[in-house]
Design a protein around this ligand. Structure first.
Ligand code: 5GP
Ligand code: MN
Length: 361
């Protein structure tokens, strides 16, 4: 133990609240890493979502309270509807602040990688992290982490979100009471966004025990839901209308649908990053629908972003690995295609054909 304060905090530790999914050996390993580190950098995946930012800021709050120097570095821009989180304005954007990012990474004795499973998911920032000599740990809920790049891995693909995993870890460490109000808000936001506000991947009763615990910290979950869901421009609503009315191709016999949206169309609706968020879920409202695919032309790079959503057993991650150079979770996955939109639509139709047996059933 580094100092008296840390000795005291660990001595006072509370019994875990949840039946643990994290072993005593894992708890001991993380404690040792956290006690010995001084300068910590937390990073999450490219185009960070609510879980990436929520879990990163949640862990940031905790480590700050333990007296560490902590920074959060994200590969690129994160959407406006997450900017309300405490210290979101302190998050460093690698793409725009490279020299600051490099100097923080060089000073770090610990890098915590959250909500991704492979350095390739964080583009150039992954290369930068790979060069650092310090300890690297991964805390994540995606399948098949790349084991070669980390000194310690806490991977739980069965959990709803990395935010849930961070809560469970702190609980297992007996540190739940150290969680601040802001951390409770962050972790709630991560759990809520990765489960579509508790409409998928959310049948584990523990999830609601955790929410109850976060509510006891004083969070207003209704307000958080509104901050995330009701934070758009009129243009975004008109874009949704346009996509659903003009662009959606439904394949009733396959219980699937596809929509493709080009750069010029996005510009027409004064597109801001984040405006397409969640639209891919909407076709799943069609009775009996199993799969929804969105193709979106990137506004900065010459590529097509693919987003897929499914229900029940249809494996979006396998579909994305096979056809879209990607991966993800069973019911939510994505990838990219470096081709024209017409070619991307062709590839997608072939993917639907290849999976037609499973989709028709
Ligand atoms: P979204 O459709 O919201 O962009 O992504 C949904 C999920 O798919 C993400 O949480 C992530 O797990 C996964 N995903 C998205 N894009 C990619 C990609 O290019 N590669 C991989 N491996 N996974 C992706
Ligand atoms: Mn996640």
């Amino acid at each position: 133990m580094e100092n008296r304060e840390e000795r005291l905090i660990f001595a006072q530790k509370k019994k875990p609240m949840l039946k643990q999914k994290i072993s005593p050996q894992e708890v001991a390993a993380v404690k040792k890493i956290f006690v010995t580190c001084k300068n910590v950098v937390i990073v999450c995946h490219t185009s960070p979502d609510g879980d990436a930012i929520g879990s990163s800021l949640g862990l940031y709050e905790y480590l700050k309270r333990k007296g560490k120097n902590v920074s959060v570095i994200v590969p690129n821009y994160f959407p406006d509807f997450l900017h309300w989180m405490k210290d979101a304005d302190k998050i460093i954007m690698f793409e725009r602040q490279k020299s600051l990012s490099y100097s923080l990474l060089k000073m770090a004795d610990l890098i915590c990688c959250l909500d991704f499973n492979d350095m390739r998911r964080i583009d150039e920032l992954g290369g930068a992290i790979g060069k650092m000599r310090c300890k690297r740990i991964l805390i994540d809920h995606h399948l098949d982490p790349d084991k070669s790049k980390f000194d310690f891995i806490l991977s739980r693909p069965e959990l709803s979100s990395t935010s849930e995993l961070v809560f469970r870890l702190l609980d297992a460490m007996g540190e739940k009471d150290v969680l601040t109000f802001a951390a409770a808000e962050d972790l709630y936001a991560g759990m809520a966004t990765d489960t579509g506000f508790f409409s998928f991947n959310s049948n584990d009763p523990d999830l609601f025990v955790i929410i109850s615990e976060l509510l006891k910290k004083g969070i207003d979950k209704d307000l958080i839901n509104r901050r995330i869901q009701n934070n758009y421009s009129p243009d975004r609503l008109r874009l949704i209308g346009y996509v659903l009315y003009e662009k959606l191709e439904v394949y009733p016999e396959l219980h699937a649908s596809l929509f493709a949206i080009r750069k010029e169309e996005l510009t027409q609706f004064h597109y801001l990053k984040g405006d397409m968020e969640g639209i891919v879920n909407m076709p799943l409202q069609i009775k009996g629908h199993k799969l929804s695919i969105c193709l979106r032309e990137d506004t900065e790079k010459p590529l097509i972003r693919v987003s897929t959503r499914s229900v029940d057993d249809f494996p979006c991650n396998e579909l994305c690995a096979q056809f879209f150079n990607g991966g993800g979770h069973k019911n939510a996955a994505g990838g990219t295609l470096e081709c024209s939109m017409d070619e991307a639509i062709e590839i997608t139709r072939k993917a639907l054909e290849a999976w037609s047996e499973q989709l028709k059933a």
